[in-house]
Design a protein around this ligand. Structure first.
Ligand SMILES: [Zn+2]
Length: 132
């Protein structure tokens, strides 16, 4: 299957081999069922690659900024106690809250998360930081 490398974002003729450009083992990479599906585009700008890490409140991805053609890390608000995503069950990238009450907590947490990102964006002139 044609596609891209989830690590260096080069075009590949096939995705079931080790990437010839960066050596990333595409043939054995499995993203978590909680994570965004690789090659998803977020904000009409960021092409999602491999997952870098998962914590209690977020999932971090390697992504390609299609505007600047640079690799960036993007973080998704994903409080594991409140929401779930299972692409094998639900299909697609939609988050599902685990209970009626958790929807409210999720919205409140998301508001704080966006506020924090807004504060961080004031530092976006520093190298390596892009809060878009
Ligand atoms: Zn690669």
């Amino acid at each position: 299957m044609k596609g891209i490398c989830y690590n260096c974002f080069q075009n590949l003729l096939q995705q079931n081999y080790q990437c010839p450009y960066c050596g990333f083992p595409m043939q054995s990479y499995q993203s978590s069922l909680r994570a965004l599906v690789p090659e998803t585009v977020r904000g009409d700008r960021y092409l999602v690659g491999r997952t870098l890490g998962e914590g209690g409140f977020g999932i971090t991805y390697l992504a390609l900024d299609r505007n600047t053609q640079t690799r960036v890390a993007i973080k998704e608000y994903f409080p594991g106690a409140l929401v779930t995503r299972d692409v094998s069950v639900y299909g697609g990238n939609t988050l599902h809250t685990l209970s009626q009450g958790s929807h409210k907590d999720f919205q409140a947490g998301l508001k704080r998360y966006v506020e924090e990102a807004s504060i961080l964006s004031k530092f976006q002139d520093l190298p390596g930081i892009d809060a878009a």
